[in-house]
Write a protein that binds this ligand. Structure first.
Ligand code: FES
Length: 317
């Protein structure tokens, strides 16, 4: 698994509970390029592996910037990063990967950010500015104190709208009202916590699917689960290896591949990061991820969480 060994060269407060980390090559080299919307996996002391969107300008190869919200009630990764990582430390990170790319050439880009979900949009905004693209950001947070990047966004003028709900979504942005009409040529991008994602998804249900782009940090509340009591086993056929393996109801495809000595790179293993994307050639997958678009689903599966409707799923492995 390829990892970059990066130096933490600066840490600053971006808002209440949010820290900005700057990562550079220890000997000053250029970092692998990335496109707006990309994220990196970060290995955090304590054995955590977390995905963070790059919020820096994609044209700047001298550093990566990530902004991290300290979530005391989360899984522990962000707390460990806040509490244990200091300037001068090294962090192992993956090369950038993009599951949330900009629709190049669209007439208009409408960005909806919920809290820390603004991070991938910071890189998008840099690119839109550079290209002179038509965009608008609606940035939803609890309060000004919890709103990161206010200085960086200060000159957006009429292209940014802040919505502070003080913890009550009814006081915040009228998402359904904003999205009631789809103007041809407009592309929608959204990212934020689970209730925000659910609200935008519902409000944009009538938009053309190819004009709607999103990135989940965590699976939605009441989302799909990779394994359920109703799941049955199936078989995977690996065409490159001329091998067929059984996937029992209580094991994932990745589990079965590992036991067979076949390593597939994974990161989140919950269907949100896109690392384990694998081509399938026949069979009917049951997609349980939050990354693939309807078009992607005709060609790809996320093998950390996909199941199969058919008896056999043929994988290009
Ligand atoms: Fe993240 Fe499969 S490992 S989607």
């Amino acid at each position: 698994m390829t990892r970059l060994d990066l130096l933490v060269c600066a840490i600053s407060d971006a808002a209440s509970g949010i820290r900005l980390y700057e990562l550079v090559d220890p000997v000053g080299g250029s970092l692998p390029e990335f496109t707006a919307g990309a994220h990196i996996d970060v290995e955090i002391p304590g054995g955590f592996l977390r995905q963070y969107s790059l919020c820096s300008d994609p044209r700047d190869r001298s550093r990566y910037r990530i902004a991290v919200l300290r979530e005391a009630g989360g899984g522990g990764g962000s707390v460990a990063l806040h509490d244990k990582v200091k300037v001068g430390d090294r962090l192992a990170v993956s090369p950038p990967r993009n599951n949330f790319p900009i629709a190049m050439g669209a007439d208009r880009h409408l960005l909806l950010a919920g809290g820390i979900g603004v991070t991938p949009m910071m890189a998008m905004i840099e690119q839109f500015r550079h290209e002179g693209a038509n965009f608008q950001l609606h940035y939803c947070t609890r309060s000004p104190e919890r709103t990161a990047f206010r200085e960086r966004l200060a000159d957006l003028g009429s292209r940014i709208f802040y919505h502070h709900d003080q913890g009550d979504p009814r006081q915040g942005l009228d998402i359904a009202g904003l999205l009631v009409e789809h103007r041809p040529g407009t592309h929608l991008y959204y990212c934020g916590p689970a209730p925000f994602m659910a609200a935008v998804k519902s409000a944009a249900a009538h938009w053309p699917v190819e004009s709607v782009h999103f990135e989940y940090f965590v699976p939605p509340v009441n989302g799909k689960s990779a394994q359920s009591a109703a799941d049955r086993g199936f078989r995977i056929r690996l065409v490159q290896r001329r091998l067929e393996l059984a996937v029992p109801p209580d094991k994932s495809i990745v589990d079965v591949l590992r036991v067979a000595g076949i390593e597939i790179e994974t990161s989140c293993e919950i269907g949100t990061c896109g690392t384990c994307k694998t081509r399938y050639l026949a069979g009917t997958p049951k997609h349980n991820d939050y990354v693939l678009t309807a078009r992607d689903q005709q060609e790809w599966v996320m093998v950390c969480c996909a199941r199969a409707e058919s008896d056999v799923l043929v994988l290009d492995i």
